[in-house]
Ligand binder design. Structure first.
Ligand code: PEP
Length: 251
């Protein structure tokens, strides 16, 4: 049985005070959660404050990105070691906003995935097609290309430690959620890709989250699909009530 992971991607939202308050509320409200994993991914500058508040709680903390080099002259970048050192467990990599707005390639995502694993972080690697790609019937090919590029060179043991987030770009922040059937179809395809490359034992372990307009109201139906192992949540993770609704639906 794969343990569901509900992760909140706060993106470039919040201020120091609201980040701390949400972390305090999360710590309190998740005390009784035992059957699933929960994580919060604030902007870099709030990570220290949030990890301090959530230390010893049911909620893990993740960064929204990280650089693949260990140290040096890389102005503006933050290494995986730095992220680990302040107490994070997760790092989101290759989010569609990074792929499409900041032009991050699967090759860069791959370097970052290796760097994250080397530091003992769990990479949450995002893949997903654009609306035009879905309409053109090339979703499978897009996911395969992103999967191959992002996970290239990983050993089976490393692959087991990753989390994949399937996030159809057309469903992110749009209110347009994929149907549970559409999500399950792609999740099965991703699990088949893992089986092809690493065998069934590995494929059965890797968690595949769905992301894209997940809310308390639609969470249960999507999370009820056998190959959906949690959710990466944007907008609905910024306030305690909607995020707890999703966490409770998963729990
Ligand atoms: C996301 O940012 O990963 C996401 C899925 O956003 P939203 O839930 O707002 O669609």
């Amino acid at each position: 049985m794969r343990r569901l992971l509900i992760a909140g991607n706060w993106k470039m939202n919040m201020n120091l005070s609201s980040a701390k308050s949400l972390a305090e509320e999360l710590k309190k409200e998740t005390q009784g959660i035992t059957t699933i994993d929960v994580a919060a991914c604030p902007p870099f500058v709030y990570l220290t404050a949030v990890t301090e508040i959530l230390a010893g709680s049911k909620v893990g903390v993740g960064a929204q990105n990280g650089y693949f080099e260990k140290e040096g002259a890389f102005t503006g970048e933050v290494s995986m070691g730095m992220i680990r050192e302040i107490g994070c467990q997760y790092v989101i990599l290759g989010h569609s906003e990074r792929r499409h707005v900041l032009h991050e390639s699967s090759e860069e995502v791959n370097l970052k995935t290796h760097a994250a694993l080397a530091q003992g972080l769990t990479p949450i690697v995002c893949v997903g097609e654009l609306l035009a790609e879905r309409e053109a019937g090339v979703t499978d090919a897009v996911i395969r290309r992103q999967f191959d590029g992002s996970f290239s060179g990983l050993t089976a043991e490393q692959m087991k430690k990753t989390v994949i987030a399937y996030e159809p770009v057309w469903a992110i922040g749009t209110g347009k959620v994929a149907t549970p059937e559409q999500a399950e179809e792609v999740h099965v395809g991703i699990r088949n890709l893992i089986t092809e490359r690493y065998g069934k034992e590995v494929a059965d372990i890797v968690r595949i989250q769905y992301g894209g307009s997940v809310k308390a109201e639609n969470a249960k139906e999507i999370l009820g699909k056998p190959n959906v192992d949690g959710a990466l949540v944007g907008g609905a993770s910024l306030k305690i009530a909607p995020f707890m609704g999703i966490i409770q639906a998963a729990d």
